[in-house]
Design a protein around this ligand. Structure first.
Ligand SMILES: Cc1ncc(COP(=O)(O)O)c(C=O)c1O
Length: 421
């Protein structure tokens, strides 16, 4: 089935609205995606017909809610090809999923049976210079708590194939001292798709754990956790056409089963008395308190929606958009793409600067023409520091993006340049 973008657009009610009297051109999906009607309907149906707490209530609604929540877990497992649905931990978002791993590792310091996860002085944690703060700050904090050393892989210059990791340094930065390698699959600031297998292979060779931040790849590429080969993979529902307030940590079952919990509370225990607590098996060990029930069910509907489109088709559609957009944007006078300038190993998120115009002014003027883009450091400030710029303007595409919208973006940016010149 060819990808029918006009049919897809009809699934997203918000795309019918106008902004400043003109049709909305939504090019900010890397920030958060819009939601198809089926996700909105699923949320309404859950609250209208099945709402109850999960895993606690014995009444009918309680079991309906529990079944819907656990069915969503199964859908997420299938979506990322996880071998076991109990490897899917629901979190608030990617940030919480990544913090969960970092805190569980430092909680190992005082947990009998978790000795193999202990991290301390002399150990090293490696990230990359292109991480979102959500996959950078938790590891800096882990280093502060444990005395481990924080290290990173650098990014190269911009240019035709710039904005990529300096791969020559992988073997010297990831060493026998490395305990964790945490890296982004697809950069939200640069669009770069990182060499996962190369990084995982090196980490494995030195016995380090790998944590992949798939926040920007899960909505756009077929994501297969078994093929990635990493130990943990985090992603967030709201960027993949699901609701806000729900994310996922996938982890290898044996690792999840060995890690101590991050948060304590209801439903994560095996037994509690006044002298101590033993913990439930994964995933419940990591889901303290009432979970994000409706949101998880909504995310289940979102991955059903994506699976019906076919992730190979989604990836091909967005790749075609990227190939269309890159040369057209590059032709705009004064425009510099921050990130790879070719469509190879790259997602459809394009950051750029425009000579003589602040990135926020570009975004503001585009908004006046109905075009929604993001400006700032995109929570990946070291990328801006690396390239000596305060911020970028970023256009990011999704399943509903059209070439006409890219034409509108190019024309809009050109107009902004003319106004400032
Ligand atoms: C690459 C990357 N990692 C992590 C996050 C954090 O996602 P959330 O804010 O949903 O936790 C984002 C969000 O922009 C992101 O782009």
């Amino acid at each position: 089935m060819p990808f029918d973008v006009e049919a897809v657009r009809k699934d997203f009610p918000i795309l019918a609205r106008e902004v400043h009297g003109v049709p909305l051109v939504y090019l900010d999906s890397a920030n958060t995606s819009q939601k198809p009607q089926v996700v909105l309907d699923t949320l309404t149906d859950f609250y209208a017909n099945h709402n109850a707490n999960v895993a606690r209530a014995v009444h009918t609604l309680g079991s309906e809610a529990t079944n819907a929540f656990e069915a969503a877990r199964g859908k997420l497992a299938a979506f990322v090809n996880a071998p076991d649905r109990n490897e899917i931990v629901f979190t608030k978002n990617s940030s919480e999923a990544l913090n969960l791993v970092a805190y569980a590792l430092s909680n190992a310091a005082t947990t009998i049976g978790a000795e193999r996860f202990r991290i301390g002085p002399g150990d090293e944690i490696v990230v990359t210079e292109m991480e979102h703060h959500s996959n950078l700050v938790p590891w800096q904090l882990l280093c502060q708590r444990t005395g481990a050393t924080f290290r990173w892989l650098r990014i190269g210059d911009t240019g035709p194939d710039g904005g990529r990791l300096v791969e020559d340094e992988i073997d010297t930065v990831i060493t026998e001292r490395t305990r964790v390698v945490a890296f982004v699959h697809q950069s939200n600031a640069l669009g770069t798709i990182n060499p996962v297998s190369r990084l995982v292979a090196r980490a494995r060779a030195v016995g380090a754990l790998t944590v992949v931040d798939a926040s920007q790849s899960a909505p756009h590429l077929p994501l297969d956790v078994q093929a990635l080969g990493a130990d943990f993979v985090a992603f967030t529902g709201h960027k993949m056409y699901g609701p806000t307030g729900v994310g996922v940590l996938w982890g290898r079952y044996d690792l999840l089963a060995g890690l101590p919990p991050f948060l304590g509370g209801g439903e994560m225990i095996e037994t509690v008395d006044m002298t101590g607590t033993t913990f439930a098996a994964p995933p419940h060990r990591f889901e303290a308190g009432t979970p994000m029930i409706a949101q998880a069910v909504g995310l289940g509907a979102a991955v059903d929606y994506l699976s019906a489109l076919g992730m190979e088709n989604v990836a091909a559609h967005e790749h075609a958009l990227l190939e269309y957009a890159l040369p057209r944007l590059a032709e705009v006078e004064g425009l510099r793409i921050i990130g790879p300038a070719t469509a190879v190993d790259r997602g459809a998120t394009i950051s750029f600067t425009l000579a003589g115009v602040h990135p926020h002014d570009v975004a503001q003027l585009l908004d006046e023409g109905g075009i929604a883009v993001r400006a700032g450091h995109h929570c990946a400030r070291p990328v801006c520091v690396r390239y000596g710029i305060p911020a970028t303007t970023r256009a990011s595409f999704g399943v509903y993006t059209t070439t006409e919208e890219i034409d509108a973006l190019v024309a809009g940016v050109r107009r902004v340049g003319e106004v400032f010149r």
